[in-house]
Design a protein. Structure first.
Length: 543
């Protein structure tokens, strides 16, 4: 089941719905763009080898540019109430980008709802920009009765300072909307409880007997809790003082008494000895103030990256081992990384091929190379025929041939100024603390010795350590191989290894798994995810 998809999540949602019209997903978490007109990017090593980072745009927030009329008409066929709601907003609002955003989100939410099992759960992570509108749309899609919580996540305790006078309160929270498909859903509050500290046990469980510490818990219900005839019984000559009855059944009361957990304040007033192991910790409320935003080694440079601890809480509470967890705005892959660690099946979708590649790298870095055999990637060319088709497609769609070679196959970064700079992409590697640069040139057709010579001059002028020239096998001539060989080697002095200065790699060999011949590096172009550990952090909530 574990799958990564590159492409528009709406098309993938529709395709999955055709395959699974009855629904097959147990838990969906999404963290979509907030219509905040910002760029979503991944950070990479800089081509100029400076200490600063270069930003490569991976996903531009283009919601406001979407032509949403066709989508509105499609929504009409699926849910007329939603159509009427969005049309009303369209008529009243001068902000067409907001209506466009909500329309594009709505059609996706409809299909996510269809893909959930009847026992499934849905979490939508948003902020104050659109949360009020998204709440109303989710009420339409899932039904108001299936709304469970508005979770407020306090993501940071730090406020940005400014030289100017503040004109509003600082914003340190996000909103997570929690819905289910029906009343018959899985939720395990016990597994996410925050354990008591030793000090808390001493403070809250102030009595002690031969079994350990406890607090006294009343056994009679108050009339304010309503009448309960079925709980009105007699035990050891004592009856409940009102029609509200006892708090527990007679069988449970006998069981607790036999276990030494019932005592008497006086002959008419029993109480239960409530012990720390009975509660197992603090219940999690809808105010999450104990999880800080991503930092340290976990940080990959993705600006909207969420902490693994946040996803761990959601996945543990709303799914079991073996369940299917999905994220249709997967970004840098926190959801699927945590799902993998918690032994769930998963699928992730992103419209950026860079993000999909980053996710794959993150899984490999966290769980080892063997994890590659446990998931599939869809949307990239898988064989030489599909690679040729991409090379011959001049429009390229969302993924152009050069992008696929540079960023997907060679883990490099596309050069946005390639026409002026003379190379299509670059990669970095670290040797004994010194950053090295490699240049990449990609030819989709008509590669010649002259073009190879021009590329070699570019590598020299840019002080590149290694140059990689990529073309189809039939374009590589004997003369090109001689030219490349004459350039000699990049010498890695410490261990005396030799690496060809100019390397010609065929598209066919890349598809078959070959790659660049460079020294083993402690730092690579993509930031590296830390190895996964099974121990999760626990903190006490503000209560």
């Amino acid at each position: 089941m574990n799958k990564l998809y590159f492409g528009d999540n709406l098309e993938i949602l529709k395709s999955l719905y055709k395959e699974h019209p009855q629904g097959f997903i147990d838990l969906i978490y999404i963290d979509p763009p907030f219509n905040s007109k910002r760029n979503y990017n991944v950070l990479f090593e800089s081509v100029d080898m400076a200490d600063t980072k270069a930003q490569k745009e991976a996903f531009a927030d283009t919601w406001s540019n979407v032509s949403y009329i066709d989508t509105l008409n499609e929504i009409l066929e699926l849910n007329k109430n939603l159509y009427d709601f969005l049309k009303a907003l369209d008529k009243m609002s001068n902000n067409k980008s907001s209506v466009s955003y909500l329309t594009t989100m709505t059609i996706r939410l409809i299909y996510m709802h269809k893909l959930l099992k009847d026992t499934g759960s849905f979490y939508l992570h948003c902020d104050q920009t659109m949360s009020h509108y998204l709440k109303m749309i989710c009420d339409f899609v899932f039904g108001e009765k299936n709304f469970r919580n508005e979770i407020i996540w306090k993501r940071t305790s730090s406020l940005k300072t400014s030289q100017f006078k503040d004109k509003k309160y600082g914003v340190v929270t996000d909103t997570i909307l929690f819905y289910t498909k029906t009343d018959d859903y899985f939720f395990d509050s016990e597994c996410i409880k925050i354990p008591f500290t030793d000090k808390e046990i001493l403070n809250h469980y102030s009595f002690e007997d031969e079994k350990g510490r406890y607090t006294k818990s009343p056994l009679f219900r108050s009339m304010g809790m309503g009448e309960r005839p079925n709980l009105c019984y007699e035990y050891k000559g004592v009856s409940a003082p009102s029609k509200a009855g006892w708090k527990i059944s007679l069988n449970k009361l006998k069981e607790y008494d036999e276990n030494g957990d019932i005592d008497w304040s006086n002959p008419k007033t029993p109480y239960r000895k409530y012990r720390p192991e009975n509660t197992k910790g603090w219940l999690i409320s809808n105010l999450w103030s104990d999880i800080e935003q991503t930092g340290g080694n976990e940080r990959l440079g993705y600006p909207t990256q969420k902490p693994e601890e946040l996803l761990e809480r959601i996945i543990k509470a709303s799914s079991n081992e073996g369940d299917v967890v999905a994220d249709f705005f997967c970004g840098c892959g926190t959801t699927i990384t945590v799902a993998e660690r918690l032994k769930r099946q998963w699928l992730g979708v992103d419209i950026s091929h860079l993000a999909v590649k980053l996710m794959a790298n993150r899984l490999i870095n966290a769980f080892g190379k063997d994890v590659k055999s446990t998931f599939e990637i869809f949307g990239f060319p898988k064989d030489i025929d599909s690679a040729k088709e991409l090379a011959e497609n001049t429009s390229g769609g969302r993924l152009k041939f050069e992008e696929w070679i540079v960023e997907v196959m060679l883990h490099g970064i596309l050069n946005e100024n390639k026409n002026q700079m003379g190379y299509d992409g670059y990669f970095t590697f670290d040797v004994q603390g010194e950053k090295q640069i490699g240049m990449i040139e990609v030819k989709s057709g008509g590669a010649t010795s002259t073009q190879l010579n021009h590329f070699i001059k570019t590598v020299e002028s840019k002080n590149g350590s290694i140059g990689v020239f990529v073309c189809f096998e039939k374009q590589i001539t004997k003369n090109m191989r001689i030219i490349a060989k004459d350039e000699g080697f990049y010498n890695e002095a410490v261990f005396g290894h030799h690496y060809p200065k100019i390397q010609i790699i065929s598209v066919e060999s890349l598809v078959n798994g070959d790659t660049i011949n460079i020294p083993v590096s402690t730092k690579t172009t993509f930031k590296v995810a830390p190895k996964e550990i099974s121990v999760s952090k626990q903190h006490k909530l503000d209560i």
